[in-house]
Write a protein that binds this ligand. Structure first.
Ligand code: PLP
Length: 419
C-alpha cells in the first residue's frame, strides 16, 4: 500500500505531480510519501497493540533526517549500527532511551558516544566486544545496558547477501556460547544485563523463520531463568519483507500474531527493528531518459539515474517496477534494459523488462526505492548524489539537496610534503 498513483494520466506522490517535482528539483530524485511512511509505521505498531513493545526503526534503511524525525514524532525509537547513525538519530530527535545499537564492529569511540548519550541497549555480537564495552563503561564510571545478539541458525529463505541468522554468518553468538556468556557478563562490574536480541535476515516473505527463531530464543531465555538470570527485553530484530513484484509477505498483523503467544508467555518487553517494511514502498526514484538505443541484441533505455543511486538491482538481483510519469495514450510497450550512465555492465535498474516505449526526455519512476536506496548510494563515476524530497498532501519539501560538483571533492587536497 502506498500513495503513488495516477491522476489524469500523470503519476503523483499523494497530491503532488512528479512532473512538477522534476521541473523544480531536477532528476534523479528520490521522492518519499509522508502519508505512506505514517501509515506503515502506525499499521506496524498497531499490530503489536496489547503487547508491551517499542518500534526501533532500523535507520540504515533510510537515514534521511526528515524520515527519522517523522518516526520519532510517532513514538518510534531507532536501531543503529554505527556512531554516525547515533549522531544522526539524535540530531533528528530520536530519544536516546529508545535507541538500540547493533552491529559486529563497534569502536571504542562509538561505544563511548552511545554510553554518554544514554541509549537503551547495546546488542553485543562477540565476547571481545563484551570485554571492551565493560572497560569503556568503567572508564566513564557507568554501567552499559547490554543484550547478546544470538544467531539462532535458522534459514530465512531470502537472498544470500541478506541472510544473517545462519551459523556461517558473521552475526551474533551461537546459542551455546550465549548461554555460557550470560553468567560471565552478569559478573562484570560495568555491564548490566538487559535482554537478548536476534535478527535473522531481511526481506522475509514468510512468518515461519521468525517463529522458529523466537522459539530458540525463548528456550535460551527459559534456560537462563533456571540459572537465575532474568532478562527484561526481547529484541526480535527486523526483516519483514515487502512486495516489489509478486511477493506476498505477511502483513504486520500476521507477523505479530505469529509471535504473540510465545512473547506473552515470556512476559518480556518486545523490541522490533523494522526497516524495509516501513520505508520501502514509501519511496520512488525518479529519473529522466537521456537516450534510447537499439543494438542487434537488445533495446536499451539510458536514464540519468544509475547503480550509484540505486544499487539493489545489481547487488541483490532485485526487482523494482518501472512506471512512466506520464502515461502515453497509446500505451505501447517494449522489452528493454533500463540502464544508467555508469561504466559498468552491472549498471542497470531493470533487465529484459517489458516497459513503456520510453523516448528521450521522458520521466520514469523506479518504485519501491525507499529502503536501501539513497542510503546505499555513492559518488562512483563522480556523480553527485540525488536530491531527496518528502511529499505531504499537496506540498513537498526538499529534505536533502542534490550534491554539487564542489561536494564531490570536499575534503580532498594535494599532498603537502615539501619539494
Ligand atoms: C538491517 C537490520 C534491520 C532492518 O532490517 P529490515 O529488513 O530492513 O527490516 C534490523 N536489525 C538489524 C540488526 C539490522 O542489521
Amino acid at each position: 500500500m502506498h500513495h503513488f498513483h495516477y491522476i489524469d494520466g500523470v503519476l503523483h506522490a499523494e497530491e503532488v505531480s512528479l512532473g512538477r517535482i522534476a521541473q523544480e528539483v531536477g532528476t534523479p530524485t528520490y521522492v518519499y510519501s509522508q502519508a505512506t511512511l505514517t501509515r506503515h509505521f502506525q499499521a506496524f505498531s498497531r499490530a503489536f497493540q496489547g503487547m508491551d513493545h517499542l518500534v526501533c526503526y532500523a535507520v540504515k534503511a533510510n537515514s534521511n533526517k526528515a524520515v527519522m524525525a517523522l518516526f520519532a514524532s510517532l513514538g518510534g525509537g531507532a536501531d543503529i549500527v554505527s556512531g554516525g547513525e547515533l549522531a544522526r538519530a539524535l540530531a533528528a530527535g530520536v530519544q536516546p532511551e529508545r535507541i538500540v545499537y547493533s552491529g559486529v564492529g563497534k569502536t571504542e569511540a562509538e561505544m563511548e558516544a552511545a554510553l554518554k548519550a544514554g541509549i537503551l541497549m547495546f546488542n553485543l555480537e562477540s565476547v571481545d566486544e563484551l570485554e571492551v564495552l565493560n572497560q569503556v563503561a568503567g572508564r566513564l564510571g557507568v554501567k552499559a545496558p547490554v543484550s547478546f545478539r544470538v544467531n539462532p541458525d535458522v534459514d530465512a529463505h531470502t537472498h544470500p547477501k541478506i541472510t544473517t541468522g545462519l551459523a556461517k554468518n558473521k552475526f551474533g553468538l551461537d546459542m551455546e556460547t550465549a548461554f555460557r556468556q550470560y553468567p560471565i557478563a552478569a559478573a562484570l562490574p560495568h555491564v548490566e544485563l538487559k535482554g537478548v536480541s536476534c535478527h535473522i535476515g531481511s526481506q522475509l516473505t514468510d512468518t515461519r523463520p521468525f517463529a522458529d527463531a523466537l522459539d530458540r530464543v525463548a528456550r535460551l531465555v527459559e534456560k537462563l531463568r533456571e540459572v537465575g538470570i532474568n532478562l527484561s527485553l526481547l529484541d526480535l530484530g527486523g526483516g519483514l519483507g515487502i512486495t516489489y513484484d509478486q511477493e506476498s509477505p505477511p502483513q504486520p498483523d500476521e507477523y505479530a500474531a505469529a509471535l504473540k503467544e510465545t512473547v506473552s508467555r515470556l512476559g518480556m518487553k518486545l523490541i522490533l527493528e523494522p526497516g524495509r517494511v516501513l520505508v520501502g514502498n514509501a519511496g520512488i526514484l525518479m529519473a529522466r531518459v537521456l537516450f534510447t538505443k537499439q543494438t542487434p541484441a537488445k533495446h536499451f533505455v539510458i536514464a540519468d539515474a544509475a547503480m550509484n543511486d540505486l544499487i539493489r538491482p545489481s547487488f541483490y538481483d532485485s526487482y523494482h517496477a518501472v512506471w512512466p510519469v506520464a502515461k502515453a495514450a497509446a500505451g505501447e510497450t517494449q522489452v528493454a534494459d533500463l540502464v544508467g550512465p555508469i561504466c559498468e555492465t552491472g549498471d542497470f535498474l531493470a533487465r529484459d523488462r517489458e516497459m513503456p516505449a520510453f523516448e528521450r526526455g521522458d520521466l520514469l519512476a523506479v518504485l519501491s526505492a525507499g529502503a536501501y536506496g539513497f542510503a546505499m548510494s555513492s559518488n562512483y563515476n563522480s556523480r553527485p548524489r540525488a536530491a531527496e524530497v518528502l511529499v505531504n498532501g499537496g506540498q513537498y519539501s526538499v529534505v536533502r539537496q542534490r550534491e554539487t560538483l564542489a561536494d564531490l571533492s570536499r575534503g580532498e587536497k594535494l599532498p603537502s610534503w615539501p619539494g
